[in-house]
Design a protein around this ligand. Structure first.
Ligand code: SF4
Length: 550
């Protein structure tokens, strides 16, 4: 006889599903999923062209305005005059301006001078001359009116550019090496794969309803922050098969940052689009859709592990095994392509540094003209918010660099101008808590002046990334000095703009996240003093060649 027991029966714990389509969760589990199920974001374009652009801002359906517009690169910008302290507590309609941010995707960061001129002229005509080069190689306009959007699309598309899936739960712009095809030291040129992916899959309804955004990087060099993308193809030479790509999955920043992991698979150039489609297919089908903050592929990779991820890719999506491959050699610090460098064809490329990616339409038009005057037709953006001019003859290098310098684009920048990045911040971003771009500009100026005696010794430069909120659009966790915007209490007890500090993050050999100094909050006014103190201490104590993140 079984003795009676007073113990409660063991509770069988059933793990709640995470909303994966492949497990049968087809009914939307949150408002974002509902919006996507109600209508594909791609379909909003027709309504913009036929209704909203004709009838104006007030005619826009809220579900389109705050949801589906992103599928075409449009976000409402922040209404001026709302301070960061109120960002989290106001309703969306109180934050919305009647103007838009519009993101133009520049896959691989590659532009012809004709495209650059059109991008600049559109800014002059429709965007109050605003233009930011983002750290995802896009261009961002501000002050766009809904009435002007169809005309902007027409001109962009006439030169082969688009805003398709520049935002939203979609495959975003594909990062590529700014020196693809011309670098002496690249393993191979990833451009054909980038072009094929964008041609086949961008705007394809098969991938226009993902759990969340999906970021891709493809490079024959390690210059596009592959460690923090959802999927990356990193150039590597296979001992038997030659140049190809090593596949990484599951990187991402924001809250819960994760470094991508290698699948251990080697993929030749021609197979990159197919493998990419398999990986994004896994994300679409198995990605978590219940909670937005767990909907990035990094959580799936974290739970499954790379062995299972690779097995599902091979068995369910490709129908064949992938070849094993070696790991790429890791550079001490990833190249940023600033300065004058020789191309493999004997000509030169010139990388120049605007401050934190801020340029203007007029500047871009002037750059296009200057570049054409020296006989080049090619310009690239970098994943560090910089601009590179390709195909410059040696005899034209000095003249071009002088002309670009008059536009505020210097080829021999101080370490501060070179390695400071900033996200959009409170000027235009509705999620922002603090100002970033203007603050980056004054910080760079201050540090150039204050640290004149040590600047020359800072090689590689100490990177400073300013973010307006915890979302990490400017990669706060992988900077030497990462600054995450928040409201802090100053010495007088007032609530003011400030930053949480992360120290010692990096990519390349130092790939890892900076240490969050919990007690340390720096007010915006104290920022130059703080950075100066940290850098002076580092400069005084460092061993020869020691990097900040070591
Ligand atoms: Fe906006 Fe925050 Fe991204 Fe900066 S980090 S652009 S403030 S969402």
């Amino acid at each position: 006889m079984v003795p009676p027991t007073t113990a409660a029966p063991a509770r069988v714990r059933r793990r709640r599903g995470e909303g994966q389509w492949a497990l049968g969760y087809r009914e939307p589990l949150n408002p974002n999923e509902r919006t996507k199920k109600d209508d594909d974001g791609l379909n909003v374009r027709a309504r913009i062209e036929t209704i909203y652009a004709q009838q104006g801002f007030d005619s826009i359906d809220p579900a389109d305005l705050r949801g589906r517009f992103r599928w075409w690169g449009l976000y409402t910008q922040r209404r001026p005059g709302i301070d960061g302290g109120r960002t989290a507590v106001l309703a969306p309609e109180e934050l919305d301006d009647r103007y838009f941010m519009l993101r133009v995707r520049v896959d691989g960061g590659q532009l012809t001078t004709e495209q650059l001129r059109v991008v600049g002229e559109l800014s002059q005509t429709y965007a109050r001359d605003t233009a930011d080069i983002t750290d995802r190689q896009n261009i961002q306009y501000h002050w766009i009116r809904i009435e002007d959007v169809p005309a902007i699309w027409e001109r962009l598309e006439a030169v082969g550019l688009s805003t398709t899936e520049a935002c939203g739960d979609t495959p975003r712009v594909v990062l590529g090496s700014p020196v693809a095809g011309i670098a002496e030291d690249e393993v191979l040129d990833g451009t054909p794969a980038i072009r094929e992916i964008t041609r086949r899959y961008i705007g394809d309804p098969a991938f226009s309803n993902l759990p969340r955004k999906f970021k891709t990087a493809i490079s024959g060099l390690q210059d596009v922050a592959h460690e923090v993308n959802d999927v990356s193809f990193v150039g590597v030479r296979h001992p038997e098969h030659g140049p190809g790509f090593d596949v990484w999955v599951g990187g991402g920043l924001s809250t819960n940052p994760m470094i991508a992991q290698r699948l251990g698979a080697w993929v030749p150039l021609a197979e990159v689009p197919e493998v990419w489609a398999g990986i994004i297919g896994i994300f679409r089908d198995y990605g978590y859709r219940r909670l937005r903050h767990r909907a990035r592929i990094k959580f799936l990779v974290g739970d499954w592990g790379v062995a299972r991820f690779r097995e599902v890719l091979e068995t369910e999506y490709l129908g064949r095994p992938l070849l094993d491959g070696p790991a790429p050699e890791v550079p001490a610090s990833p190249p940023d392509h600033v300065g004058v460098h020789r191309q493999k064809d004997g000509r030169y490329f010139v990388g120049v540094a605007p401050v934190a990616g801020r340029v203007s339409g007029s500047t871009l038009v002037a750059v296009a003209k200057a570049v054409e005057r020296v006989g080049s037709r090619r310009v690239r953006f970098t994943a560090q918010q910089k601009l590179v001019v390709l195909d410059v003859n040696k005899s034209d290098v000095d003249g071009l660099t002088e002309e670009l310098a008059t536009l505020g684009l210097v080829a021999e920048p101080s370490p501060w101008r070179r390695a400071t990045m900033a996200c959009t911040g409170i000027e235009f971003c509705k999620l922002a808590i603090v100002e970033t771009k203007a603050r980056a500009a004054t910080l760079v100026e201050e540090l150039e002046r204050r640290l004149a005696d040590v600047n020359a010794t800072l090689d590689p430069p100490v990177s400073v990334h300013l973010n307006g909120c915890p979302n990490s659009c400017a990669r706060v966790q992988v900077a030497d000095i990462g600054l995450k915007g928040q409201i802090v209490t100053d010495a007088g007890g007032d609530q003011v703009e400030g930053f949480q500090v992360h120290l010692g993050g990096g990519l390349g050999l130092d790939a890892g996240f900076g240490r969050k100094l919990r007690g340390l909050k720096v007010t915006a006014d104290e920022l130059p003093d703080y950075v100066e103190r940290v850098v002076r201490r580092f400069a005084a104590q460092r061993a020869e060649d020691e990097r900040f993140a070591q």
